[in-house]
Design a protein around this ligand. Structure first.
Ligand code: TNX
Length: 532
């Protein structure tokens, strides 16, 4: 199998290969409880309907749209009475495993029906992902394939360990189109990921349009942020060594584009967490808006992968006029509760200035009704209760723990075991290697525990796997670095700690290869897996 291979979505392999029909023992992530019942299997036939009443209807439509291309069946979505052979989405109080409303669900399959029950549409959606994995891998085909479309008779009772199960896309170092981001979301949700952290701005580029407001005392030309700032990307190291395989990809989102991504994510029960980084990682803004610089002179754009050389001026009112404008426009487009303010690697800001900056920003975020999220470093400042610290350097936990004691929460993204931008091994054609050096495959990314270093279970909101994009050109390369490692992060975030078992996980991953191939998702076929 060629690395970095792109498989067009419409082209299913020409000759059918036998794929293992997975039973509940193959599910990814591993459910809380799953048992084969020994009854006769459920079969989707041309007479099957999707019965989804009231609030279950959008999930019913989603499921029917998933199943129609491969089966070729009509699969009407109806609010009528369930009959033999139907798929039933049953929404209501008391339907989820006890004590776990929200994202919990129950799935029962046998010869009479496949029934998913949950207290919320999100729970139904997660149950649908489980049902999807129990069908033959050919269900992922975009063209019609012969059945039979059998599902093992089983009972699954499931709910997440953590509420925040994230993946981060860095669209600043290398742009991804709206269609690519949507596709990336559609594949991540297979593994019950429910949060998309979008890293929208950095030194190399600014990717989201900001409009000049009426109230603009300093006369900043906000349209320049994308006019100038979208023209960059990362294409080389500071010493000139070229990065990536292909030209750096430029571009930006209009506010409508961004709203479209947010709406698509919402339809998949995914919360978007937008990040506008500062006071460091701001060269593109300093290049677009000269007045952000103390000397009033625009910085040159810089396409190296260098970090830590730029800063907003913490002692200038223009800086806070700028952040207020930017964050208020982003907040208005973002229904989710979070605004990510970055805060990482501000190496030329100076400690006092850094604290000044964070202390000025926190009330701005609060005034917008949002919960702040920031990288480790921002725990140097006192944070409001509920603020979220994204831990990437698990080495410096003291300050994080002090803020946790004051009510902050943690999302774990330890670089050596969650960074999807790292090479799998030294010979990988793309990827960086500062955080994880030699063996950086799904096993390393599976063998770690988020509740550690003095944290307790309730301190941890969840896990995010970040895909930095200095070396990535386009979606197939993004997918190649993402799969199978994102599945490791997804299982750590979803499954009970007691269920974690590398041998079992490796065996379950084996059936994923044919499924991803048929779905047209690129992945790295790890040599450690006996792909079936
Ligand atoms: C560190 S981790 C960064 C990013 C880089 C990444 C490359 C963090 C908060 N900052 O700016 O893209 O390493 O692996």
């Amino acid at each position: 199998v060629a690395v970095l291979l792109s498989i067009p979505a419409a082209a299913a392999p020409a000759s059918p290969v036998a794929t293992v029909v997975p039973g509940v023992e193959r599910l990814l992530p591993k459910p809380v409880e799953a048992k084969a019942s020994g009854r006769a299997p459920f079969t989707i036939t041309e007479d099957t309907r999707v019965v989804a009443r009231g609030g279950a209807r959008p999930v019913g439509d989603y499921l029917a749209a998933l199943l129609r291309p491969a089966t070729g069946y009509r699969l009407p979505v109806t609010s009528g009475h369930p009959g033999r052979g139907d798929i039933v989405l049953d929404l209501g109080r008391g339907k989820a495993p006890e004590g776990h409303g929200g994202e919990g669900y129950r799935l029962v399959t046998d010869e009479r029906s496949a029934t998913i029950s949950a207290e919320t549409p999100a729970g139904l959606f997660l149950g649908v992902q489980t049902l999807r994995q129990l069908l033959p891998a050919w269900v992922e085909s975009r063209v019609r394939v012969d059945g039979p479309w059998r599902v093992q008779a089983a009972t699954v009772s499931d709910y997440p360990r953590f509420a925040y199960r994230g993946v981060m896309l860095d669209v600043a170092r290398s742009y991804l189109s709206v269609a690519e981001v949507k596709r990336y979301i559609d594949n991540a949700v297979r593994f019950k990921i429910n949060t998309l952290h979008l890293h929208l701005t950095d030194d190399q580029a600014w990717r989201i349009a900001i409009s000049t407001p009426q109230d603009n005392p300093s006369g900043l030309d906000y349209e320049a942020l994308t006019r100038v700032g979208s023209q960059g990307g990362s294409d080389r190291l500071g010493n000139g060594t070229p990065l990536g395989t292909g030209p750096a990809i430029r571009g930006s989102y209009t506010q409508r584009d961004y709203a479209e991504i947010v709406a698509h994510a919402k339809s998949r029960f995914v919360t978007v967490v937008p990040e506008i980084d500062g006071p460091g990682h701001t060269n593109a803004a300093l290049a677009a808006l000269p007045r952000l610089n103390p000397d009033g002179v625009a910085k040159p754009m810089n396409n190296t992968a260098d970090v830590g050389y730029s800063t907003l001026d913490a002692n200038s009112e223009i800086t806070y006029e700028f952040t207020r404008t930017v964050y208020s426009q982003i907040a208005a487009l973002t229904p989710g509760p979070y605004l990510h303010i970055g805060g990482d690697e501000a190496h030329v800001t100076g400690h006092e200035n850094y604290l000044t900056y964070i202390r000025r920003l926190l009330p701005q975020v609060a005034a917008l009704g949002k919960t702040p999220v920031g990288w480790n470093e921002y725990a140097d400042a006192d944070l409001p209760p509920g603020a979220v610290i994204q831990v990437w350097r698990a080495a410096s936990m003291e300050k994080v723990l002090r803020q946790v004691a004051r009510g902050a929460k943690v999302v774990m993204s330890p670089a050596p075991t969650t960074y999807l931008d790292q090479k799998y091994e030294p010979s990988s054609p793309i990827g960086l290697s500062w955080a994880c050096r030699n063996a950086c495959d799904f096993d390393t990314y599976y063998n770690w525990e988020p509740v550690r270093d003095g944290l307790t279970e309730s301190d941890v909101l969840g896990v995010t796997a970040p895909l930095w994009s200095e070396t990535i050109r386009g979606l197939p390369q993004a997918e190649w670095l993402t799969y199978p490692r994102l599945v490791s992060a997804a299982e750590i975030a979803w499954s009970p700690r007691s269920a974690r078992d590398l041998t079992d996980f490796t065996a379950r991953l084996a059936t994923l290869g044919s499924r991803l191939t048929i779905a047209g998702v690129n992945f790295r076929p790890s040599p450690a897996i006996a792909w079936t």
